[in-house]
Design a protein around this ligand. Structure first.
Ligand SMILES: Cc1cc2nc3c(=O)[nH]c(=O)nc-3n(C[C@H](O)[C@H](O)[C@H](O)COP(=O)(O)OP(=O)(O)OC[C@H]3O[C@@H](n4cnc5c(N)ncnc54)[C@H](O)[C@@H]3O)c2cc1C
Length: 398
């Protein structure tokens, strides 16, 4: 839709992108849409959809080929994320697995860890999660309490994580923990923890306001012994790794927002042209037309920005501040678009069977997770002040 007024998106311009878009749309229609309502009841998707996504080649697209991936660039992952959200299906947590967890293993994993986990992540045989947040801290990750104590030939992990996406279904989780060596705290490290380790248990999936088909739960670690080989990257570097990788996570959330806003707008155009009031389509009212024009413009501005961010990311040039701008601004825009679209649907916009009602509930969390939008603004302003401070220092030296 909007072929005539939409700017051509250069990040998705190749034939390969077009093919992937068709494959993803077909997959959504055949493997997600018929089951999503049931998954909402179950508070989780099926294992089969993960295996089918792997078989279709929709998982971990930018993992190198030698580890079972397609070796493509991030723009292909971005396209899948947008398509799934545009279609309005928030259940499958593919993006967290492919776009957040896999890059940690690709970039910081040992050869052995990569060979062990990545091929099965690409096929969907292994589902992954990442646990940073704890009941007492989310925004302030440095305050996390889970510990990993060096016990000579293994680490002993104790603590708790909460709000973990894919948590209930996960076979493997990356866990951030305060690392204790010889009784001293030496920094936060990341650990690969298999779900079947003794002492590792999971809470039931939470009943959430939206994204009801996505399993989000608590993870508990009660004297979990993990081999030294399960340390991911260097000891004590976990906080630095998280800061390095959060940019990509935030960009993915921005992509979900532009995909979701496009879906909301498309659905609303269809609805307002078919629904009548006062013997004319709702779309014939000037208020509706102005609203749709404003929302389409907002969407296009954000799509253009996010496309630039994808290009920057692919060239390894996306700064943490720019990723934060994309995350906060696109999710704010998405929420505004969806809210206006609910209004244009009238009472039907409040009924769960309608795309727009589900989108309204699903999208609210985007301003909260992956770092709240307030934290995004904090990071952006810190960047601005740091640059000013550095410029002043340079000027003072002259
Ligand atoms: C559905 C869902 C899925 C999630 N998935 C995952 C996951 O897979 N893995 C994971 O680790 N986490 C996950 N999270 C957790 C999420 O990232 C955190 O909820 C988020 O970072 C906020 O942390 P918090 O909930 O502890 O809020 P708090 O940190 O308690 O924040 C509460 C409020 O205070 C504000 N605030 C905090 N600090 C400041 C400050 N310095 N300046 C101004 N305002 C501030 C916040 O913006 C917010 O409005 C998920 C959360 C949800 C809801």
């Amino acid at each position: 839709m909007f072929k005539n007024i939409k700017l051509k998106r250069s990040v998705y311009a190749t034939e390969e992108h077009e093919l992937l878009q068709k494959t993803t749309q077909h997959f959504i229609e055949k493997e997600i849409a018929p089951y999503h309502a049931q998954w909402e009841e179950d508070s989780m998707v099926s294992r089969e959809v993960w295996l089918k996504a792997g078989e279709t080649g929709l998982l971990c697209l930018d993992v190198p080929e030698q580890y079972g991936g397609a070796g493509l660039d991030f723009s292909f992952c971005a396209l899948i994320t947008e398509e799934i959200l545009k279609a309005g299906y928030s259940g499958p947590g593919f993006f967290l697995h492919s776009d957040i967890v896999a890059p940690y293993i690709v970039d910081y994993g040992t050869e052995e860890q990569k060979k062990k986990w990545l091929p099965k992540m690409c096929t969907g045989e292994v589902i992954t999660a990442i646990g940073m947040t704890e009941p007492s801290c989310g925004s302030d990750l440095q305050a996390l309490k889970t510990t990993a104590e060096d016990r000579g030939d293994h680490y002993l992990v104790n603590g708790q994580k909460t709000f973990i996406t894919n948590g209930y279904m996960s076979d493997l989780a990356i866990i951030a923990a305060r690392t204790i060596v010889d009784g001293e705290f030496i920094g936060i490290s990341l650990f690969l923890i298999e779900a079947d380790r003794a002492g590792f248990s999971k809470g039931k999936p939470f009943k959430k306001v939206g994204m009801k088909a996505q399993d989000t739960c608590e993870l508990f670690f009660d004297n979990v012994e993990i081999p030294k080989d399960n340390l991911l990257g260097e000891i004590g570097k976990g906080f630095v790794y998280m800061m390095q990788k959060l940019g990509r996570e935030r960009l993915s959330v921005a992509l979900m927002a532009v995909g979701g806003a496009e879906g909301a707008l498309e659905n609303t155009i269809v609805y307002t042209t078919s629904r009548e009031a006062f013997k004319q389509p709702v779309a014939a009212f000037q208020n509706t037309q102005f609203k749709l024009a404003e929302l389409a413009t907002q969407l296009q501005i954000h799509q253009t920005f996010v496309d630039r961010c994808v290009e920057l990311y692919c060239n390894k040039e996306l700064s943490a501040e720019t990723a934060s701008m994309a995350k906060y601004s696109c999710t704010d825009m998405h929420q505004h678009v969806v809210d206006e679209c609910v209004q244009l649907h009238g009472g039907y916009g409040y009924m769960w069977e309608y795309y727009i009602a589900r989108a309204y509930a699903d999208n609210r969390v985007a301003r909260i997770y992956a770092g709240t939008n307030e934290i995004m603004k904090l990071l952006i302003s810190r960047g601005l002040l740091r640059e000013m401070h550095e410029a002043n220092k340079r000027a003072a030296k002259k």
